[in-house]
Design a protein around this ligand. Structure first.
Ligand SMILES: Nc1nc2c(ncn2[C@@H]2O[C@H](COP(=O)(O)OP(=O)(O)OP(=O)(O)O)[C@@H](O)[C@H]2O)c(=O)[nH]1
Ligand SMILES: [Mg+2]
Length: 455
């Protein structure tokens, strides 16, 4: 980290401005070489007007505003400069090249944030929140990432670890100095303490399913026979006329995927080709794709035409759904119903059955409510903002839980304290990995490789 890195920090493409970011010990020296301020001086933390000029030939590249920020109170805790160029890829590319020719190296993806982590400004879970923040698709996803960046998850993990450490110290003292005049640690007391720790981990884990969806989005596949109203539903959820709707069965032949925010949850909706036996080659391929979307979905919306008798195709689709999470829509309810909720519920006991009419635009609100309920199922509440969103964190919490469970069992069986101590120590280390205190370089590199350039 003794070198200086540079990158384009803004999104590629045209914009009002575009920013080149530089970080490292040579930042000021590089800035002095390539930037000529109007007032001749570059002051700390002061936005300065001037020009980017090639020192080799005096050629002017762009008219910019530039700021130099002295360490340690910067994003990376190093010296940082940000050059606000015109938002043209030509200017940005040339200014970056100039910085590179005058002492900087091109930053790797996520390297600025990695430096912030390695220099101790953020812990690992906070650094991971930065990428979630950038990629957040809805207000709620953004809030959850922001909360993590502010350190709410870290604080919780640190609190649990501190309790573990107290217990570990107590266990060690009892093992090593059993004759000293110290308070004896009973198995009963140990069991209570370890169970409390396990409960705290469990509470965090309960937020993980909702957390994952807030971060990655909920995948919903709309399936059903031809002509039942799948595309009409798609359009209603998107609030625009995206998919073609006609009264000809087999209108949708390819899958159509769109992302929409439903009650602040990022949802990827896929409208699919109606499933039926057909000799049409194009339709057959479409139906194969429908099945693929079906397999990948977190939630199935099975649409049926309630004004018609149950057909073999409906039966087949219901068998296919089995115990998957699903919402069944008795659509075209405006035409009357030949089906009853009970009949469907018999086939799909896990399903939530709703009556809808896409023609009369009734039912979409109920579907949205149902999606909301599913996402915040369990104990995770909608207005809570501490969620475990990250698969890496979830996995480490699972492992912590397992170790604590083993420890409780051994305590119950009155095993030697040394053995129990090992399990508590392991749990302590697993939690340490979440915040990056006990983590290998490989994992650090893996985490930051997911970032975009310039962050
Ligand atoms: N009466 C009535 N008609 C509906 C309703 N929903 C959809 N329709 C009509 O049913 C026909 C088929 O609708 P689509 O949305 O294209 O059905 P689909 O399931 O996407 O059909 P395919 O793409 O062929 O599989 C259209 O004429 C719609 O206007 C409803 O709730 N009531
Ligand atoms: Mg369709």
């Amino acid at each position: 980290m003794d070198d200086t890195i540079a990158a384009i920090a803004t999104a590629y493409g045209e914009g009002g401005i575009g920013i080149i970011r530089v970080s490292g010990p040579d930042t000021l020296a590089i800035l002095r070489k390539i930037f000529i301020p109007r007032g001749k001086i570059i002051e700390n933390r002061k936005m300065t007007y001037g020009h980017i000029v090639d020192p080799e030939n005096g050629g002017m590249i762009d008219e910019v505003l530039s700021v130099f920020m002295k360490s340690p109170h910067t994003y990376t805790k190093e010296d940082v400069a940000e050059i606000n160029c015109h938002g043209s890829m030509v200017s940005l590319r040339k200014t970056l090249e100039l910085a590179l020719r005058n002492g900087a190296r091109l930053a790797e993806p996520g390297e600025f944030t990695k430096r912030a982590f390695l220099n101790g400004r953020l812990d690992l879970s906070q650094a991971e929140a930065v990428i979630d923040l950038i990629k957040a698709k809805t207000d709620k996803s953004f809030d959850v990432a922001m909360e993590q960046l502010e350190g709410s998850l870290s604080a919780e993990i640190k609190k649990i670890r501190a309790k573990m450490m107290d217990l570990l110290v107590n266990v060690t003292v009892n093992i090593d100095y059993p004759d000293e005049d110290i308070e004896e640690l009973t198995y009963e007391s140990m069991e209570t303490q370890i169970s409390q720790l396990a409960d705290m981990i469990e509470t965090l884990l309960e937020t993980a399913d909702s957390g994952r969806i807030l971060r990655e989005g909920l995948k919903v596949a709309i399936i059903g026979k031809p002509n039942v109203g799948k595309s009409s539903l798609m359009n209603q959820l998107l609030k625009e006329s995206r998919a073609i709707v006609t009264d000809i069965p087999g209108t949708t032949r390819d899958t159509i995927e769109e992302v929409v925010s439903i009650k602040n949850i990022p949802v990827t909706i896929t409208d699919t080709a109606g499933i039926r036996e057909t000799a049409d080659k194009i339709e057959q391929i479409g139906i194969e794709k429908s099945k693929k979307s079906f397999n990948e979905a977190d939630l199935i919306i099975f649409v049926m035409d309630s004004s018609r008798e149950i057909s073999a195709e409906d039966e087949e689709i219901m068998d296919y759904i089995g115990t998957r999470r699903c919402i069944v829509l008795m659509n075209k309810i405006d035409l009357g119903s030949l089906w009853t909720k009970e009949k469907i519920q018999e086939k799909l006991p896990h399903g939530v059955v709703l009556e809808t009419s896409m023609l009369e635009r009734s039912g979409a609100e109920k579907i949205e409510e149902e999606i909301l309920d599913m996402v915040y199922s369990g104990k995770a509440r909608q207005n809570e903002s501490l969620f475990v969103t990250n698969a890496r964190h979830k996995d480490l919490l699972e492992r912590t839980k397992k170790s604590l469970k083993d420890a409780v069992e051994m305590t119950a069986m009155r095993e030697a304290m040394d053995f129990i101590e090992v399990d508590i120590k392991n749990s302590y280390d697993f939690l340490g990995e979440i915040i990056g205190e006990t983590v290998s370089d490989d994992i650090i590199n893996e985490v930051f490789s997911r970032f975009c350039l310039g962050k």
